[in-house]
Write a protein that binds this ligand. Structure first.
Ligand code: AVW
Length: 258
């Protein structure tokens, strides 16, 4: 292990990015599965993952390319504690990092694939065996890129495992908290339906002075979409800055903050 670490550091500039990326991906996978019966599954996960995009044009990777990967990783159902988010990734991360008073909510980043791929970029080229982590197309250039398609597919699988009441943290400091182009609107909400899912509870998080309310037009659209799907719908506004101040204050008990 020590030799490996030394080599990794010494040659980090020279090692092709596919080796680095594979190493990082497999080690994060092993970290996540440590002390579980699936500990040895990470090579299999890597094979299924890399087959989705290696050798392909980075603008021609549809979300279905990750179907075999989803078969190798079965997520447990998350009843009454699933947390979806849209344009609130940083806030959700800060909440999780604070580790205090956290309602026991599960995000995509708490699942194996979400944890492993969070923050990573990857793509390949037609006919290549390599993975690149730089110069990959962004979604404004092409929608069907390996990263975007991965998050689409992983989010679809994640929301399919929802049950009971699902919470969504949306951004109340932008004019369209529920945006049709988001993964939340275009993929996740469409997976939520009875009898498995009963209710959608929106938390509208505001930071700073721009504050939308639950009466926002796009949230009305979401409410109607939820009611059409026969889901109960609630929405509540939350001052994000206050919450973060409160949970970072060691003198204030949990109950004060939520
Ligand atoms: P967004 P969305 N790491 O804020 O509703 C890196 O516009 O579209 O909200 N990139 C990610 C991650 C992640 N962990 N997750 C999503 N992305 C990408 C997944 C994705 O391409 C969670 F379950 C997305 O379009 C949320 O409920 C873009 O970041 C939901 O999807 C910006 O997301 C958030 O997607």
């Amino acid at each position: 292990l020590i030799v490996g670490i030394c080599l990794g550091i010494e040659f980090s500039g020279a090692v092709p990015s596919n080796k680095d990326f594979k190493t990082v991906t497999i080690s994060k996978c092993k970290e996540f599965l440590k002390n579980t019966s699936s500990e040895n599954k990470c090579e299999e996960v890597w094979d299924a993952f890399s087959k989705a995009y290696v050798g392909k044009d980075p603008c021609e990777v549809p979300m279905e390319a990750y179907d075999p990967l989803m078969q190798t990783v079965r997520e447990k159902d998350a009843c009454n504690r699933m947390l979806l988010w849209s344009k609130t990734k940083l806030f959700v991360r800060q909440l999780r990092e604070a580790q205090k008073c956290l309602p026991k909510l599960l995000t995509l980043e708490d699942t194996l694939l979400g944890f492993v791929m969070d923050g990573q970029t990857w793509c390949s080229k037609k006919g290549s065996k390599e993975t690149f982590t730089k110069g990959c197309p962004k979604s404004d250039k092409c929608e069907r890129n390996p990263v975007r398609s991965f998050w689409n597919r992983a989010s679809e699988a994640f929301s399919q495992a929802a049950c009971g009441e699902v919470t969504a943290m949306l951004n109340g400091s932008i004019s369209t908290p529920f945006n049709n182009n988001s993964i939340f609107a275009s993929i996740e909400v469409k997976q939520l339906s009875p009898p498995q899912v009963k209710a959608l509870s929106v938390i509208l998080v505001t930071t700073g002075n721009d504050k939308e309310t639950c009466e926002n037009d796009s949230l009305r659209t979401l409410q109607n979409a939820a009611l059409d799907r026969e889901l109960e719908y609630t929405c509540k506004e939350l001052d994000g800055s206050k919450i973060l101040d409160c949970i970072s204050d060691p003198d204030r008990p949990c109950g004060d903050c939520w």
